[in-house]
Design a protein around this ligand. Structure first.
Ligand SMILES: [Zn+2]
Length: 456
Protein backbone atom coordinates (compact mmCIF):
# COMPACT_ATOMS: atom_id res chain seq x y z
CA UNK A 1 0.00 0.00 0.00
CA UNK A 2 2.67 2.41 1.03
CA UNK A 3 4.71 1.21 -1.85
CA UNK A 4 1.90 1.83 -4.31
CA UNK A 5 1.42 5.35 -2.95
CA UNK A 6 5.09 6.00 -3.43
CA UNK A 7 4.93 4.85 -7.06
CA UNK A 8 2.00 7.17 -7.70
CA UNK A 9 3.99 10.07 -6.29
CA UNK A 10 7.03 9.18 -8.39
CA UNK A 11 5.01 8.93 -11.57
CA UNK A 12 3.33 12.24 -11.02
CA UNK A 13 6.63 13.94 -10.24
CA UNK A 14 8.60 12.41 -13.07
CA UNK A 15 5.95 12.61 -15.79
CA UNK A 16 6.80 16.14 -16.99
CA UNK A 17 10.50 15.25 -17.00
CA UNK A 18 9.89 12.09 -19.01
CA UNK A 19 8.00 14.13 -21.57
CA UNK A 20 11.15 16.13 -22.35
CA UNK A 21 13.79 13.52 -21.75
CA UNK A 22 13.89 9.97 -23.17
CA UNK A 23 14.39 7.14 -20.70
CA UNK A 24 17.66 6.02 -22.28
CA UNK A 25 19.21 9.33 -21.28
CA UNK A 26 18.74 8.90 -17.53
CA UNK A 27 21.81 6.71 -16.82
CA UNK A 28 23.92 9.40 -18.48
CA UNK A 29 22.71 12.20 -16.24
CA UNK A 30 25.10 11.43 -13.34
CA UNK A 31 27.96 10.74 -15.77
CA UNK A 32 27.44 14.12 -17.42
CA UNK A 33 27.45 15.79 -14.03
CA UNK A 34 30.71 14.07 -13.09
CA UNK A 35 32.36 15.26 -16.32
CA UNK A 36 31.17 18.84 -15.73
CA UNK A 37 32.25 18.80 -12.09
CA UNK A 38 35.69 17.46 -12.98
CA UNK A 39 36.22 20.08 -15.70
CA UNK A 40 35.14 22.89 -13.38
CA UNK A 41 37.21 21.71 -10.41
CA UNK A 42 40.50 22.99 -11.86
CA UNK A 43 41.99 25.06 -14.69
CA UNK A 44 43.70 22.17 -16.50
CA UNK A 45 42.11 22.87 -19.90
CA UNK A 46 43.06 26.54 -19.86
CA UNK A 47 46.58 25.73 -18.68
CA UNK A 48 47.07 23.27 -21.51
CA UNK A 49 45.98 25.88 -24.05
CA UNK A 50 48.33 28.39 -22.41
CA UNK A 51 51.15 25.87 -22.71
CA UNK A 52 50.40 25.42 -26.42
CA UNK A 53 50.15 29.13 -27.22
CA UNK A 54 53.00 30.30 -24.94
CA UNK A 55 55.43 27.63 -26.11
CA UNK A 56 54.79 27.69 -29.84
CA UNK A 57 52.94 30.96 -30.49
CA UNK A 58 51.29 31.17 -33.89
CA UNK A 59 51.47 28.18 -36.22
CA UNK A 60 51.19 28.93 -39.91
CA UNK A 61 51.31 26.01 -42.36
CA UNK A 62 54.87 25.39 -43.42
CA UNK A 63 56.32 26.94 -40.25
CA UNK A 64 58.61 25.26 -37.75
CA UNK A 65 56.34 26.22 -34.86
CA UNK A 66 53.42 24.31 -36.39
CA UNK A 67 55.46 21.11 -36.65
CA UNK A 68 56.88 21.60 -33.15
CA UNK A 69 53.35 22.04 -31.79
CA UNK A 70 52.26 18.88 -33.62
CA UNK A 71 55.12 16.87 -32.13
CA UNK A 72 54.34 18.26 -28.67
CA UNK A 73 50.68 17.25 -29.05
CA UNK A 74 51.67 13.70 -30.01
CA UNK A 75 54.07 13.38 -27.06
CA UNK A 76 51.54 14.90 -24.65
CA UNK A 77 48.67 12.69 -25.80
CA UNK A 78 50.90 9.69 -25.15
CA UNK A 79 51.55 11.02 -21.64
CA UNK A 80 47.77 11.34 -21.24
CA UNK A 81 47.57 7.60 -21.88
CA UNK A 82 45.55 7.77 -25.10
CA UNK A 83 45.44 4.82 -27.52
CA UNK A 84 46.77 4.75 -31.08
CA UNK A 85 48.47 8.17 -30.87
CA UNK A 86 50.13 8.97 -34.19
CA UNK A 87 50.67 11.51 -36.98
CA UNK A 88 49.16 11.16 -40.45
CA UNK A 89 51.19 12.88 -43.21
CA UNK A 90 49.73 15.74 -45.26
CA UNK A 91 51.56 18.06 -47.67
CA UNK A 92 50.62 21.70 -47.03
CA UNK A 93 51.12 24.96 -48.91
CA UNK A 94 53.79 27.25 -47.52
CA UNK A 95 52.84 30.92 -47.81
CA UNK A 96 55.38 33.33 -46.36
CA UNK A 97 54.37 36.88 -45.40
CA UNK A 98 57.79 38.53 -45.31
CA UNK A 99 58.19 42.22 -44.53
CA UNK A 100 55.24 44.44 -45.33
CA UNK A 101 54.11 48.01 -44.80
CA UNK A 102 51.56 50.57 -45.87
CA UNK A 103 52.33 54.26 -45.93
CA UNK A 104 50.05 57.20 -46.49
CA UNK A 105 51.84 59.45 -49.01
CA UNK A 106 49.20 62.14 -49.60
CA UNK A 107 47.85 64.24 -47.86
CA UNK A 108 50.65 63.53 -45.32
CA UNK A 109 53.40 60.99 -45.03
CA UNK A 110 52.50 58.52 -42.30
CA UNK A 111 52.55 54.79 -41.56
CA UNK A 112 49.18 53.02 -41.55
CA UNK A 113 48.38 49.80 -39.73
CA UNK A 114 48.05 46.85 -42.13
CA UNK A 115 48.23 43.08 -42.44
CA UNK A 116 48.69 41.39 -45.80
CA UNK A 117 45.99 38.89 -46.74
CA UNK A 118 46.93 35.24 -46.62
CA UNK A 119 47.84 33.60 -49.95
CA UNK A 120 48.29 37.09 -51.48
CA UNK A 121 51.09 37.92 -53.90
CA UNK A 122 53.65 40.54 -52.94
CA UNK A 123 54.49 43.86 -54.56
CA UNK A 124 57.57 44.55 -56.69
CA UNK A 125 60.63 45.24 -54.50
CA UNK A 126 60.08 49.00 -54.41
CA UNK A 127 56.40 48.67 -53.46
CA UNK A 128 53.39 50.03 -55.32
CA UNK A 129 52.50 53.70 -54.97
CA UNK A 130 49.12 54.79 -56.31
CA UNK A 131 46.04 56.88 -55.65
CA UNK A 132 43.28 55.23 -53.64
CA UNK A 133 39.66 54.81 -54.64
CA UNK A 134 37.48 54.07 -51.60
CA UNK A 135 34.25 52.17 -52.21
CA UNK A 136 31.74 50.80 -49.72
CA UNK A 137 30.65 47.84 -51.83
CA UNK A 138 30.93 46.16 -55.23
CA UNK A 139 28.07 48.21 -56.70
CA UNK A 140 29.90 51.42 -55.92
CA UNK A 141 33.06 50.02 -57.52
CA UNK A 142 31.11 49.10 -60.64
CA UNK A 143 29.64 52.60 -60.78
CA UNK A 144 33.15 54.03 -60.62
CA UNK A 145 34.66 51.46 -63.00
CA UNK A 146 36.21 54.19 -65.16
CA UNK A 147 38.23 55.49 -62.14
CA UNK A 148 39.77 52.18 -61.09
CA UNK A 149 42.54 51.57 -63.63
CA UNK A 150 45.99 52.04 -62.11
CA UNK A 151 44.55 52.73 -58.65
CA UNK A 152 44.51 50.96 -55.32
CA UNK A 153 40.92 50.06 -54.40
CA UNK A 154 39.93 50.18 -50.74
CA UNK A 155 36.80 48.18 -49.88
CA UNK A 156 35.37 49.98 -46.85
CA UNK A 157 32.47 47.63 -46.17
CA UNK A 158 31.12 47.80 -42.65
CA UNK A 159 31.03 44.42 -40.90
CA UNK A 160 27.61 42.78 -41.03
CA UNK A 161 28.49 39.14 -40.45
CA UNK A 162 31.51 37.07 -41.31
CA UNK A 163 29.65 35.08 -43.92
CA UNK A 164 28.31 38.22 -45.58
CA UNK A 165 31.26 40.60 -45.35
CA UNK A 166 34.28 38.38 -45.98
CA UNK A 167 33.49 38.33 -49.72
CA UNK A 168 35.44 41.62 -49.92
CA UNK A 169 38.50 39.82 -48.56
CA UNK A 170 38.10 36.65 -50.61
CA UNK A 171 36.78 37.97 -53.95
CA UNK A 172 37.51 41.71 -53.73
CA UNK A 173 41.08 41.66 -55.05
CA UNK A 174 40.23 39.81 -58.27
CA UNK A 175 37.12 41.91 -58.87
CA UNK A 176 39.19 45.08 -58.51
CA UNK A 177 41.93 43.60 -60.72
CA UNK A 178 39.34 42.95 -63.42
CA UNK A 179 38.82 46.74 -63.62
CA UNK A 180 42.55 47.43 -63.74
CA UNK A 181 43.34 48.07 -60.06
CA UNK A 182 47.01 47.55 -59.14
CA UNK A 183 46.42 46.53 -55.50
CA UNK A 184 43.58 46.15 -53.00
CA UNK A 185 43.02 47.21 -49.43
CA UNK A 186 40.17 45.67 -47.46
CA UNK A 187 38.58 47.01 -44.29
CA UNK A 188 39.24 44.26 -41.74
CA UNK A 189 36.50 41.63 -41.56
CA UNK A 190 35.26 42.06 -38.00
CA UNK A 191 33.42 44.53 -35.78
CA UNK A 192 35.21 47.74 -34.77
CA UNK A 193 38.15 46.80 -32.58
CA UNK A 194 41.07 48.74 -31.17
CA UNK A 195 42.66 49.56 -34.51
CA UNK A 196 43.09 45.84 -35.09
CA UNK A 197 43.96 44.47 -38.54
CA UNK A 198 42.52 41.05 -39.46
CA UNK A 199 44.30 38.78 -41.93
CA UNK A 200 42.68 35.76 -43.60
CA UNK A 201 42.89 34.08 -46.96
CA UNK A 202 42.11 35.79 -50.22
CA UNK A 203 41.12 33.73 -53.25
CA UNK A 204 42.31 34.85 -56.68
CA UNK A 205 39.94 34.14 -59.54
CA UNK A 206 41.29 32.38 -62.61
CA UNK A 207 41.80 34.66 -65.58
CA UNK A 208 42.44 37.88 -63.61
CA UNK A 209 45.83 39.38 -62.75
CA UNK A 210 46.88 38.58 -59.17
CA UNK A 211 47.32 41.88 -57.36
CA UNK A 212 48.67 42.44 -53.83
CA UNK A 213 46.01 42.67 -51.13
CA UNK A 214 46.10 43.76 -47.50
CA UNK A 215 43.67 44.39 -44.66
CA UNK A 216 43.61 47.66 -42.73
CA UNK A 217 41.76 48.35 -39.46
CA UNK A 218 38.27 49.86 -39.60
CA UNK A 219 39.68 53.10 -38.17
CA UNK A 220 42.20 53.51 -41.00
CA UNK A 221 39.58 52.62 -43.60
CA UNK A 222 37.22 55.23 -42.17
CA UNK A 223 39.97 57.86 -42.18
CA UNK A 224 40.68 57.30 -45.88
CA UNK A 225 36.93 57.33 -46.58
CA UNK A 226 36.50 60.69 -44.83
CA UNK A 227 39.45 62.16 -46.69
CA UNK A 228 37.98 61.05 -50.01
CA UNK A 229 34.54 62.37 -49.02
CA UNK A 230 36.11 65.81 -48.39
CA UNK A 231 37.59 65.73 -51.87
CA UNK A 232 41.16 65.17 -50.62
CA UNK A 233 43.40 63.09 -52.88
CA UNK A 234 44.55 59.97 -51.04
CA UNK A 235 47.75 58.30 -52.18
CA UNK A 236 49.47 55.34 -50.46
CA UNK A 237 52.50 53.12 -50.91
CA UNK A 238 52.05 49.39 -50.28
CA UNK A 239 55.04 47.09 -49.87
CA UNK A 240 54.67 43.32 -49.42
CA UNK A 241 57.18 40.49 -49.74
CA UNK A 242 54.45 37.80 -49.60
CA UNK A 243 55.10 34.69 -51.68
CA UNK A 244 54.65 30.93 -51.82
CA UNK A 245 57.46 28.42 -51.37
CA UNK A 246 57.39 24.68 -52.14
CA UNK A 247 54.75 22.65 -50.31
CA UNK A 248 55.87 21.48 -46.86
CA UNK A 249 55.43 18.24 -44.93
CA UNK A 250 52.89 18.45 -42.14
CA UNK A 251 50.63 16.08 -40.23
CA UNK A 252 47.23 15.55 -38.68
CA UNK A 253 47.50 14.39 -35.06
CA UNK A 254 45.32 11.45 -33.99
CA UNK A 255 44.66 10.06 -30.50
CA UNK A 256 41.92 7.76 -29.22
CA UNK A 257 40.11 6.09 -26.43
CA UNK A 258 39.39 2.75 -28.04
CA UNK A 259 35.80 1.61 -27.63
CA UNK A 260 35.23 -1.21 -25.16
CA UNK A 261 32.80 -3.18 -27.38
CA UNK A 262 32.59 -1.64 -30.84
CA UNK A 263 36.07 -0.17 -31.33
CA UNK A 264 35.71 0.05 -35.10
CA UNK A 265 32.80 2.48 -34.81
CA UNK A 266 34.23 5.95 -34.31
CA UNK A 267 33.28 9.49 -33.42
CA UNK A 268 35.83 12.06 -34.57
CA UNK A 269 36.11 15.28 -32.56
CA UNK A 270 38.68 17.97 -33.22
CA UNK A 271 39.87 21.37 -34.34
CA UNK A 272 42.76 22.71 -36.38
CA UNK A 273 46.26 23.05 -34.97
CA UNK A 274 47.51 25.51 -37.59
CA UNK A 275 46.78 29.22 -37.26
CA UNK A 276 47.50 32.49 -39.00
CA UNK A 277 50.94 33.95 -38.39
CA UNK A 278 49.76 36.70 -36.04
CA UNK A 279 48.56 36.46 -32.46
CA UNK A 280 48.83 33.08 -30.81
CA UNK A 281 46.03 31.16 -32.51
CA UNK A 282 44.36 30.72 -29.11
CA UNK A 283 40.73 31.03 -30.18
CA UNK A 284 41.43 30.08 -33.82
CA UNK A 285 41.88 27.31 -33.19
CA UNK A 286 44.19 26.22 -30.38
CA UNK A 287 41.12 26.29 -28.14
CA UNK A 288 39.15 23.94 -30.39
CA UNK A 289 42.07 21.52 -30.38
CA UNK A 290 42.50 21.63 -26.62
CA UNK A 291 38.82 21.31 -25.64
CA UNK A 292 38.25 18.32 -27.93
CA UNK A 293 41.50 16.73 -26.80
CA UNK A 294 40.57 17.42 -23.18
CA UNK A 295 37.21 15.71 -23.67
CA UNK A 296 39.15 12.44 -23.95
CA UNK A 297 41.35 13.29 -21.00
CA UNK A 298 38.29 13.99 -18.83
CA UNK A 299 36.79 10.60 -19.78
CA UNK A 300 40.07 8.87 -18.95
CA UNK A 301 40.41 10.71 -15.67
CA UNK A 302 36.98 9.42 -14.61
CA UNK A 303 37.62 5.91 -15.93
CA UNK A 304 34.96 6.22 -18.63
CA UNK A 305 35.53 4.01 -21.67
CA UNK A 306 32.61 4.31 -24.09
CA UNK A 307 31.33 1.40 -26.16
CA UNK A 308 32.62 2.95 -29.40
CA UNK A 309 35.91 4.72 -30.10
CA UNK A 310 36.35 8.43 -29.41
CA UNK A 311 39.04 9.84 -31.69
CA UNK A 312 40.48 13.33 -31.41
CA UNK A 313 42.00 14.73 -34.59
CA UNK A 314 44.04 17.93 -34.66
CA UNK A 315 43.87 18.91 -38.31
CA UNK A 316 46.67 20.77 -40.08
CA UNK A 317 46.35 23.59 -42.66
CA UNK A 318 42.75 24.69 -42.19
CA UNK A 319 43.49 28.39 -42.61
CA UNK A 320 45.05 28.53 -46.04
CA UNK A 321 44.46 25.22 -47.74
CA UNK A 322 42.11 22.78 -45.96
CA UNK A 323 44.60 20.05 -46.74
CA UNK A 324 44.26 18.50 -43.27
CA UNK A 325 40.53 17.90 -43.62
CA UNK A 326 40.99 16.61 -47.16
CA UNK A 327 43.91 14.45 -46.06
CA UNK A 328 41.86 12.84 -43.30
CA UNK A 329 39.09 12.06 -45.77
CA UNK A 330 41.51 10.55 -48.28
CA UNK A 331 43.34 8.46 -45.67
CA UNK A 332 40.10 7.14 -44.13
CA UNK A 333 37.82 6.94 -47.18
CA UNK A 334 37.22 3.18 -46.87
CA UNK A 335 36.47 3.55 -43.18
CA UNK A 336 34.10 6.54 -43.26
CA UNK A 337 31.15 4.13 -43.16
CA UNK A 338 32.20 3.30 -39.60
CA UNK A 339 32.25 6.95 -38.52
CA UNK A 340 29.09 7.60 -36.52
CA UNK A 341 29.64 11.36 -36.13
CA UNK A 342 32.13 14.16 -36.79
CA UNK A 343 32.34 17.11 -34.38
CA UNK A 344 34.39 20.25 -34.96
CA UNK A 345 35.20 23.09 -32.60
CA UNK A 346 36.39 26.11 -34.59
CA UNK A 347 34.28 28.99 -33.37
CA UNK A 348 36.17 29.92 -30.23
CA UNK A 349 35.79 28.58 -26.70
CA UNK A 350 33.98 31.44 -25.02
CA UNK A 351 30.72 30.81 -23.11
CA UNK A 352 29.22 27.60 -24.55
CA UNK A 353 26.23 28.19 -26.82
CA UNK A 354 25.35 24.62 -27.75
CA UNK A 355 25.69 22.76 -31.02
CA UNK A 356 24.77 22.84 -34.70
CA UNK A 357 23.73 19.55 -36.30
CA UNK A 358 23.56 18.25 -39.85
CA UNK A 359 22.43 14.66 -40.45
CA UNK A 360 19.36 12.45 -40.52
CA UNK A 361 16.37 14.28 -39.03
CA UNK A 362 15.79 11.64 -36.35
CA UNK A 363 19.24 12.38 -34.95
CA UNK A 364 18.39 15.93 -34.02
CA UNK A 365 16.09 14.81 -31.21
CA UNK A 366 18.92 12.64 -29.89
CA UNK A 367 21.46 15.45 -29.99
CA UNK A 368 18.92 17.78 -28.36
CA UNK A 369 18.32 15.24 -25.60
CA UNK A 370 22.04 14.83 -24.95
CA UNK A 371 22.55 18.60 -24.97
CA UNK A 372 19.85 18.93 -22.29
CA UNK A 373 22.40 17.39 -19.92
CA UNK A 374 24.46 20.57 -20.44
CA UNK A 375 21.84 23.12 -19.42
CA UNK A 376 23.79 24.16 -16.32
CA UNK A 377 26.66 25.42 -18.50
CA UNK A 378 24.50 26.92 -21.24
CA UNK A 379 25.41 24.35 -23.90
CA UNK A 380 21.91 22.92 -24.34
CA UNK A 381 20.67 24.77 -27.49
CA UNK A 382 20.81 22.71 -30.70
CA UNK A 383 20.22 24.37 -34.04
CA UNK A 384 20.25 23.09 -37.60
CA UNK A 385 23.53 23.29 -39.46
CA UNK A 386 26.64 21.46 -38.31
CA UNK A 387 29.97 21.14 -40.04
CA UNK A 388 33.27 22.90 -40.48
CA UNK A 389 36.22 23.16 -42.84
CA UNK A 390 38.07 20.27 -41.21
CA UNK A 391 35.28 17.71 -40.96
CA UNK A 392 33.40 18.90 -44.06
CA UNK A 393 35.32 16.80 -46.62
CA UNK A 394 34.73 13.55 -44.66
CA UNK A 395 31.18 14.52 -43.75
CA UNK A 396 30.33 15.03 -47.41
CA UNK A 397 32.19 11.98 -48.69
CA UNK A 398 30.75 9.58 -46.09
CA UNK A 399 28.21 10.98 -45.73
CA UNK A 400 28.70 11.27 -41.98
CA UNK A 401 26.51 13.44 -39.70
CA UNK A 402 28.28 16.53 -38.41
CA UNK A 403 28.15 18.67 -35.30
CA UNK A 404 29.58 22.17 -34.86
CA UNK A 405 30.48 23.18 -31.34
CA UNK A 406 29.14 26.70 -30.77
CA UNK A 407 30.62 29.35 -28.50
CA UNK A 408 30.51 32.49 -30.58
CA UNK A 409 30.52 35.56 -28.33
CA UNK A 410 33.08 38.11 -29.51
CA UNK A 411 34.99 35.69 -31.71
CA UNK A 412 35.10 37.94 -34.77
CA UNK A 413 36.55 40.84 -32.81
CA UNK A 414 39.83 38.94 -32.45
CA UNK A 415 39.61 36.47 -35.35
CA UNK A 416 42.85 36.37 -37.41
CA UNK A 417 44.36 39.27 -35.43
CA UNK A 418 47.36 39.87 -33.19
CA UNK A 419 44.80 39.97 -30.34
CA UNK A 420 43.94 36.26 -30.61
CA UNK A 421 45.68 35.29 -27.38
CA UNK A 422 44.70 33.30 -24.32
CA UNK A 423 43.73 36.47 -22.43
CA UNK A 424 40.38 36.43 -24.25
CA UNK A 425 39.42 33.06 -22.69
CA UNK A 426 38.72 32.32 -19.02
CA UNK A 427 39.58 29.03 -17.31
CA UNK A 428 35.87 28.44 -16.66
CA UNK A 429 35.04 28.87 -20.36
CA UNK A 430 37.81 26.45 -21.36
CA UNK A 431 36.62 23.86 -18.82
CA UNK A 432 32.94 24.25 -19.65
CA UNK A 433 33.55 23.72 -23.37
CA UNK A 434 35.70 20.67 -22.73
CA UNK A 435 32.92 19.26 -20.52
CA UNK A 436 30.25 20.03 -23.13
CA UNK A 437 32.17 18.15 -25.81
CA UNK A 438 33.07 15.29 -23.46
CA UNK A 439 29.40 14.74 -22.58
CA UNK A 440 28.24 14.99 -26.20
CA UNK A 441 30.95 12.64 -27.46
CA UNK A 442 30.54 10.12 -24.65
CA UNK A 443 26.77 9.82 -24.90
CA UNK A 444 26.87 9.55 -28.71
CA UNK A 445 29.41 6.72 -28.57
CA UNK A 446 28.29 4.72 -25.57
CA UNK A 447 24.70 3.43 -25.97
CA UNK A 448 24.11 -0.05 -27.42
CA UNK A 449 21.02 1.10 -29.34
CA UNK A 450 20.73 3.24 -32.46
CA UNK A 451 20.33 6.94 -31.81
CA UNK A 452 18.76 8.05 -35.06
CA UNK A 453 21.73 9.53 -36.91
CA UNK A 454 23.30 6.25 -38.04
CA UNK A 455 23.61 5.47 -41.71
CA UNK A 456 20.60 3.53 -42.87
ZN1 LIG B 1 39.72 28.31 -37.54
Amino acid sequence: MKRLALIVVLVSVSAPLAAQSPGWLEPYRPIAQRLITEAQSNDFTWQRLAELTDTFGNRLSGSETLEQAIDWAVATMKTDGFDNVHKEPVMVPKWVRGAESLELVTPVKQKLVMLGLGNAVGTPAGGIEADVVVVKNFDEMTARAADIKGKIVLFNAEFVSYGQTNVYRTAGPSRAAALGAVATLVRSIGPMGLRTPHTGATVYADGQPKIPAAAIPAEDANRLQRLQDRGVKVRVKLSMEAHFEADAQSYNVVGEIRGRELPNEVIVIGGHIDSWDVGAGASDDGGGCVVTWDALRLMKKLGLTPRRTVRVVLFTNEENGDRGGEGYRDAHMADLKNHVMLLESDGGIFNPEGFGYTGPAAGKATITAIASLLKSIGADPVRDGGGGSDIGPSGTAGPVPMISHLAAANYFQIHHTPADTIERITPKQAGDNAAAIAVMAYVITDPPWKLGFERQ
